[in-house]
Design a protein around this ligand. Sequence first.
Ligand code: G6P
Ligand code: MG
Length: 211
Amino acid sequence: RFKAVIFDLDGVITDTAHYHYLAWKRLADSVEAPFDEAFNEQLKGVDRMGSLELILARAPRTYTPEDKRALADKKNAHYQELIATMTPDDLLPGALRALEDVRAAGLKIGLASVSRNAFTVLDRLGIRDRFDDVVDAATVVNGKPDPEIFLTAAAHLGVDPQDCLGVEDAVAGVASIKDAGMFAVGVGSPEVLQRADRVIPSMAAFRLEDY
Ligand code: G6P
Ligand code: MG
């Protein structure tokens, strides 16, 4: 019944969500801001400066725009170190099969990631050419949870939003999919991803025919 599937990248196709977590944790520790897994859920899917602002709001001192730029660069340098050794083996179980199944069913395939490192990650995984369209932070004004990124991907694919299925591991990402008027498959826990139409524990459980 769907004509396109639009995937998030970090935490859906590959476990870069964990690398983002490690890099933000080190940054948060350096500014003495409290940081744990539960708070990290709020950062998933949120762009770099937006995530930094959420962390610094919990830090004991305030920061100038220049300080913030430097902190964001520091986090990104650490993140880039972490992703530098990624290979196709770092695809999450089930992710490649999901891409193949969607392709075999004749649907279009899009990627919606607010990461400015999205193309690097796709190239390291060797899967860039499996997507008909990739929308990243450079293409959109408003990041997730705004629906702009999923709406842009649908427009590029030439498919109506109601004919799209979006796949996300983040609260902000599921909100973006739902506010775009699409069907949302959440990857993670139903307690966290409450707005998703369906929640699967991992991509290994993704079955296009179930939705
Ligand atoms: C994705 C991740 C976020 C990350 C954001 C920006 O949405 O889920 O955790 O902060 O991209 O990534 P970037 O690579 O541009 O810093
Ligand atoms: Mg994600």
